[in-house]
Design a protein around this ligand. Structure first.
Ligand code: FAD
Length: 456
């Protein structure tokens, strides 16, 4: 440790608490205290940290952007590796590829790529770190069409439990590559670089937003469900239910949002038209913004305004479901009736058509994604918000196929985040490549996964 040229902060150091709290994007910082917080600047620094952890029998939690809602990288007693200084990227226009360090932001990469008419399906919010985002799957721009962001990871550089820096791809060290695409906060290595595939920037970017009274939530949701299998893959349809949206202060409203990233403006227009012409949209929207031409930067800004309230105290929960919306309406209305003040919100995303995905750890998805965000600035609401998000989704348990690791709340409400056979394979790989548990795994597991471990 004496030879380290990078910053390291010990539990008793004066700046420890500031370093610990500022690593967590969520204003609700858990009471978990690593023994050491380190800030590597190079791959060799990361290797030295892993070797030190091995020699001192310590476990490692890795933080890239710090956006995990539950701060899964923050654990008691081990080493927290804050990758914040490894945030560079470079790209090659000709081969349409990029190399990205884990703490880079997708929005910065895309801002640089825009000048070259290229794009990567980064996260919807500008400040999500590439590390955690890519490892858990990555629901990014145009992901319905281009796939999860992790499907565009061509290879990685990763420091393994022995402190060796290895390159992993479909052909080299493929165990590490398979797991890196979906294991998320249970990955058994420390990724120092991602090699990415880029896409041509869509020429037709159009959005639309229609706002409805809360009491037509059922009608709007059922209408969208009826046409959801006819919707073009380059259109993302979401519903946000919240107070104080679009100037309707003190009222709860339902906002139907459409984002089309199509090859041409005409294709984007046609994608939006299908929804625009729905009778419910024509007759019952109380505010509408149809066919708004915009840039990726504008779209990022919109999500930033909704979600990116760094420092607010977030409680989240989510589920994937294939159940007909009709079966969910009772529970969803109860959620809305008890929704905390803005910016708390219920979010629905129509996700599938089913794609043939590559063989990778990521393997949990369904027709509809449901996420709930209870948000406050006052710690006095923490317990209430926690109970609210857990109970709300527990009520829909019979319809829950699984969960996303993106908005996961494993400590309070674990759910299946990949297929059971993939989970078993992941644990076998962990036993092979990280038998001492050098890298922290999931904070809590669903019962189905715990049962499957008995056979290992
Ligand atoms: C405002 C906001 C908006 C979001 N929007 C989206 C979205 O549009 N789409 C989406 O898919 N998700 C979204 N998320 C969820 C987000 O992608 C996940 O929380 C993701 O883990 C964040 O990435 P990060 O690098 O900030 O993760 P961190 O919080 O830094 O890390 C999360 C976990 O990932 C693992 N990890 C991180 N870096 C490494 C590494 N280099 N090597 C090994 N393991 C590592 C660790 O286990 C760590 O505990 C959003 C979250 C927030 C707070």
């Amino acid at each position: 440790m004496e030879s380290w040229k990078f910053q390291a902060i010990r539990r008793n150091d004066a700046d420890y608490e500031k370093a610990r709290c500022s690593s967590v994007w969520n204003g609700r910082v858990p009471d978990r205290y690593p023994a050491l917080i380190v800030y590597p600047e190079t791959e060799q620094d990361v290797q030295a940290i892993v070797v030190y952890a091995k020699e001192n029998n310590m476990s490692i939690g890795t933080k890239s952007g710090g956006h995990s809602w539950t701060a899964s990288f923050l654990r008691d007693g081990g080493i927290m590796v804050d990758m914040i200084r490894m945030n560079k990227f470079q790209f090659d226009v000709k081969s349409r590829t990029a190399e990205v360090q884990p703490a880079a932001y997708g929005s910065d990469l895309n801002a640089a790529l825009e000048k070259h008419d290229l794009i990567f399906p980064g996260g919807h919010c500008p400040t999500v770190g590439m590390g955690g985002f890519l490892l858990q799957g990555g629901f990014g721009w145009n992901s319905r069409k281009w796939g999860l962001a992790c499907e565009s990871v061509l290879a990685i550089d990763v420091v393994n439990a022995d402190g060796n820096l290895i390159h992993a791809s479909a052909t080299d060290n493929s165990d590490f590559y398979w797991a890196a695409r979906g294991a998320g906060c249970g990955y058994f290595g420390l990724v120092t670089r991602f090699y990415l595939k880029l896409y041509p920037m869509p020429k037709g970017i159009l959005t639309a937003r229609y706002v409805f009274e809360r009491d037509v939530f059922d009608e709007v949701t059922l209408a969208v469900e009826r046409i959801s299998d006819k919707v073009s893959e380059d259109l993302e349809i979401g519903i946000f239910v919240a107070y104080d949206q679009d100037g309707f202060n003190g009222r709860c409203t339902v906002a139907l949002t459409l984002d089309a990233l199509s090859d041409t403006a005409e294709e984007a227009y046609q994608a939006l038209k299908l929804i625009h012409e729905l009778p419910i949209v024509q007759e019952k929207s109380i505010k509408s913004y149809p066919y708004v031409s915009c840039t990726l930067k504008d779209m990022l800004q919109r999500f930033d305004d909704i979600l990116d309230n760094k420092g607010r105290r977030y409680e989240t929960n989510n589920m994937w479901t294939d159940a007909p919306v009709q079966n969910l309406l009772g529970s969803m209305n109860e959620i809305i009736d008890n929704l905390p003040p803005a910016p708390s919100h219920l979010y629905l995303l129509w996700w599938l058509p089913v794609h043939n995905r590559p063989d990778m750890a990521f393997s949990m998805e369904a027709q509809l994604y449901v996420a709930l965000y209870a948000i406050s600035t006052d710690s006095g609401y923490d317990a209430r918000n926690s109970t609210y998000v857990v109970n709300s989704l527990t009520r829909m348990e019979p319809f829950r196929k699984g969960i996303q690791l993106a908005d996961e709340n494993l400590p309070s409400h674990p759910g299946k985040f990949m297929r059971t056979q993939n989970y078993v394979r992941l644990e076998k790989l962990r036993q092979k490549h990280d038998p001492q548990g050098r890298f922290y795994s999931y904070m809590r597991l669903p019962v189905e996964f715990m049962t499957s471990l008995v056979s290992l």
